[in-house]
Design a protein around this ligand. Structure first.
Ligand SMILES: Nc1nc2c(ncn2[C@@H]2O[C@H](COP(=O)(O)O[C@H]3[C@@H](O)[C@H](n4cnc5c(=O)[nH]c(N)nc54)O[C@@H]3COP(=O)(O)O)[C@@H](O)[C@H]2O)c(=O)[nH]1
Length: 824
């Protein structure tokens, strides 16, 4: 024991009565009085009740000994005594274990003095504070739980003023407690939650009820997030709401995944591709709208079923075994498959199946995605078809023909047989097309196709190369005669009248034939030579066929040469004009001259216009050649006039291309002005087809030409398809009946009828009419009898060089023969 302090505690130990009273009174405190040695002198009933069951009778025992028995370190007791002496009292907590459990004592050690500075002992006054300690303990745990809660907790007063926020709140919102405590809740409001939600929230909690809901909030850094909120009104001991406890859970991640799921559900439902999900037993568990759209089955009709119900039966077991093998091995399979709709229709689909596995790599589902590819396949087939066929006639095109030819040649090679290639070209198809329009031309080609198909074997190939060119491939040919027979059949079928769009047309075909192996051993060679042979059939007057000969090759070569030389012919001054007199039948008087171009080439010799004019029209050289002819004819006519000859009208042939090129009328007028030739002495000859091609433009051009006194004639009349109304509108001056109708006028009643009809029509339209190609007196008599009074033909004169023409005119005085006799 230490010495007592200078001012000892004022408790009189001498007062036995008072001490006795204190020790016997039930003060709710356990009191033990010990002497200076620490031996218990007195203890009250509560002390005895508390300690004697644990440590036995207390009286006379050392307090330190009892403490040791109770598990309290005796040194604590000594230390307490020293502090009590020093401070007058010393308070401390003791924990003792009793049979009823742990007891916490709130103790106070007081020094007892017998006299000032004479320490008599100590009083240890203890109060049971177990409940208090336990309550503290619970409060501490609760506080930690709230603070460390994984959800945000906010406690507000009833006005919504924040009194407490836990750590999680700060973590979620970014606001520190000091930023929110004392202010109203709502710092994290985003403005995106509907105001009605808050109205409902406050009304609910003010009624004293819990409110649950979701709020879209904003963190301090501006990011939005979703809180799941549960607000609980806290009531005090009187039952009045004193606070609100708000438990808030950041559910942004859940919301995000819900949104993602919702999006995927929308994608699933609205996908254009059918989706079918099956379980591991391959039973359908879900399908989307596109599935129903494609298959025709509603979800209720397929769920629980095996997808094999969609099968068409087109694929065998091996196909599906391979599919499952690949699917299970690689997790995926895709390919084209034919299925059957509910309607029974079999259709192709593009199918992809994926095996779905969970995190533990266990198979959970199969997802099949498919699209109906029937339209795509049809389009693809159409594209493939179009790549190999002619769209107008549906016939194989050149590519397909080449393939078939290759097969036919290979077979013929093995079998030692022949193959024939017949190159067909419609005669004057361009005229039909130009004058009657493309729809009529197309219809003609289609009808011709039907006839050709009916005329050849199914094993033969008819192909359209384009335009009016067809090829017939005849395989496994016994001999060349068969090819000739087929060509003959083709000529016949083409000659039968075609009734198209209410009109009856007649046409013909020219055919060139080549034979494998004689004319070539490959497709290109045989085709090229058949084309050449076809040209020879045309040259031979059309409506006939020709077998290829090597001599034809030479002609084809010549064609090439002509084309090569044509471009430079004007510059090299190789063209000359010949003039053919036009004669009045009744008087024999020369009434005009047709200018006809001739080409003298040092390599090719004299090239007749029939050979080079079509080529010049093809390559455009006709524009320059035509202008040269016009200028030269006008120059010559003016020269004759200057030489003293009568004024002789000259007729010049004009090609379609000339009319279309630049301002044709301007060019004509310039040439007339340059040469000084009288416009009234110039006649321009257009073919029917030219006039019909762009009627409005041509009409304007003809009007302007005629306004300058130039006359206009329609050449080769009867070979085209001009309409009478056009003729009237064009206001032409003269019709020239084509010489093909004149040739057999005496023997062919059709030709005679045509000439008669044309002559009558010209008369009624008050047009002049001139017959071309008059070679015999008989023809001229017929013409005169029918009222055709003007002719041109070898009967009177062949086309002559300018000097020869002038000489003829001078010597004959412009009168070529006596008028022919009228037939009786
Ligand atoms: N665009 C141009 N075409 C021209 C030009 N020059 C001539 N041609 C055209 O060439 C085709 C052939 O002409 P050509 O060989 O000169 O033959 C003409 C006459 O010689 C021939 N003819 C005249 N009378 C007879 C006859 O009694 N019998 C017979 N067998 N042939 C005869 O007719 C041709 C004239 O025909 P046309 O022009 O229709 O009056 C020919 O189509 C010419 O048009 C030119 O410069 N530009």
């Amino acid at each position: 024991m230490t010495q007592a302090p200078a001012q000892p505690a004022a408790l009189a130990t001498e007062d036995g009565a008072l001490l006795q009273a204190l020790l016997t009174a039930e003060l709710g405190q356990a009191i033990i009085a010990v002497d200076r040695d620490g031996r218990i002198r007195h203890c009250n009933p509560l002390a005895r009740r508390l300690l004697e069951p644990l440590a036995g009778p207390l009286a006379g025992r050392l307090l330190a000994e009892i403490h040791a028995e109770l598990g309290v370190d005796p040194r604590r007791y000594l230390a307490a005594a020293e502090k009590a002496i020093a401070d007058g009292s010393y308070r401390f907590r003791q924990k003792i274990e009793t049979a009823a459990g742990t007891v916490h004592l709130d103790s106070c050690m007081l020094p007892l003095y017998a006299a000032p500075l004479q320490l008599a002992g100590f009083a240890l006054v203890s109060r049971d504070c177990t409940e208090l300690v336990q309550a503290d303990d619970i409060r501490r745990k609760l506080s930690r739980a709230v603070e460390q809660s994984p959800v945000a907790i906010i406690i507000t007063d009833t006005e919504g003023r924040v009194e407490y926020v836990n750590a999680r709140y700060s973590e979620v919102t970014g606001y520190r407690p000091e930023e929110v405590i004392g202010s109203k809740v709502g710092l994290q409001k985003s403005g995106l939650t509907p105001p009605e939600t808050y109205v409902d929230l406050w009304q609910t909690i003010r009624r004293g009820e819990d409110w649950r809901g979701e709020l879209c909030n904003r963190r301090k850094d501006g990011r939005l997030y979703w809180d799941s909120v549960h607000i609980v009104p806290i009531v005090d001991e009187r039952g009045a709401v004193s606070h609100y406890l708000s438990i808030q859970e950041d559910i942004s991640a859940r919301k995000q995944s819900e949104e993602t799921i919702r999006l995927w559900a929308t994608v699933f439902e609205n996908s254009g591709e059918a989706v079918m999900i099956t379980d591991t037993d391959n039973r359908i568990i879900s399908v989307n709208q596109a599935f129903t759209h494609i298959t025709g089955y509603a979800p209720g009709e397929v769920i629980g079923q095996n997808p094999s119900m969609l099968g068409s039966g087109r694929h065998d077991a091996a196909f599906f075994a391979d599919m499952w093998h690949r699917l299970n091995a690689g997790g995926h399979w895709q390919g084209e498959i034919w299925d059957r709709r509910k309607s029974g229709e079999v259709y192709p689909k593009w199918l992809g199946i994926s095996a779905v596995r969970d995190d533990h790599d266990r198979l959970t589902h199969y997802v099949a995605v498919f699209s109906d590819i029937s339209e795509r396949k049809a389009a693809q087939e159409r594209i493939e078809y179009l790549a190999r066929h002619d769209p107008l006639t549906g016939l194989p095109n050149r590519t397909t023909l080449a393939d078939r030819m290759e097969q036919a040649l290979a077979y013929a090679e093995r079998a030692g047989s022949q193959v024939a290639l017949l190159f067909l070209d419609l005669d004057r198809f361009k005229t039909i097309n130009d004058s009657l329009g493309h729809p009529v031309g197309d219809a003609l080609l289609q009808e011709l196709t039907r006839r050709l198909k009916a005329a050849v074997r199914e094993t033969d190939t008819i192909s359209r190369l384009g335009g009016d060119e067809f090829v017939v491939l005849v395989g496994d040919l016994a001999d060349a005669n068969t090819a000739a027979e087929i060509a003959g059949k083709i000529l016949d079928l083409a000659q039968r009248p075609f009734v198209l769009d209410g009109r009856t047309l007649s046409t013909s075909i020219s055919v060139g034939i080549t034979l494998f192996p004689d004319d070539g051993r490959d497709f290109e060679t045989l085709l090229k030579k058949a084309d050449i042979a076809m040209y020879h059939a045309k040259d031979a007057g059309r409506n006939t066929y020709r077998f290829f000969t090597e001599q034809m090759n030479a002609h084809a070569l010549e064609r090439l040469l002509i084309q090569n030389h044509l471009q430079q012919a004007i510059a090299r001054n190789e063209f000359v004009l010949h003039y053919q007199p036009q004669v009045a039948l009744d008087t024999g008087r020369i009434i005009g001259a047709e200018a006809l171009v001739r080409w003298r080439n040092p390599d090719l010799g004299m090239v007749p216009p029939d050979r080079f004019i079509p080529m010049a029209e093809e390559n455009g050289a006709i524009v320059a050649i035509g202008d040269w002819v016009l200028r030269e004819a006008c120059r010559q006519a003016k020269a004759w006039r200057d030489e003293g000859l009568d004024a002789i009208p000259v007729a010049v042939n004009i090609s379609a291309l000339q009319l279309k090129h630049g301002d044709f009328v301007e060019r004509v007028l310039r040439i007339l002005a340059d040469t000084g030739h009288d416009p009234a002495m110039l006649e321009l000859e257009f073919t029917e087809s030219i006039l019909i091609q762009d009627i409005e433009r041509v009409l304007g051009q003809v009007r302007r030409l005629k306004a300058h006194g130039i006359t206009v004639a329609i050449d080769d009349f009867g070979t085209g398809y001009s309409s009478l109304s056009y003729l009237k509108r064009l206001d032409v001056d003269r019709l020239k009946i084509d010489r093909s109708f004149i040739r057999d006028i005496g023997s062919d009643p059709d030709d005679a009828a045509i000439v008669r009809a044309v002559t009558q029509m010209a008369r009624s339209l008050r047009l002049k009419i001139l017959a071309e190609g008059a070679e015999t007196a008989e023809q001229t008599r017929f013409l005169l009898a029918e009222g055709c009074r003007e002719v041109q033909g070898f009967l009177y004169s062949r086309p002559l060089a300018a000097e020869a023409f002038a000489k003829l005119y001078r010597e004959s005085g412009g009168l070529l023969s006596r008028p022919p006799q009228f037939p009786r």
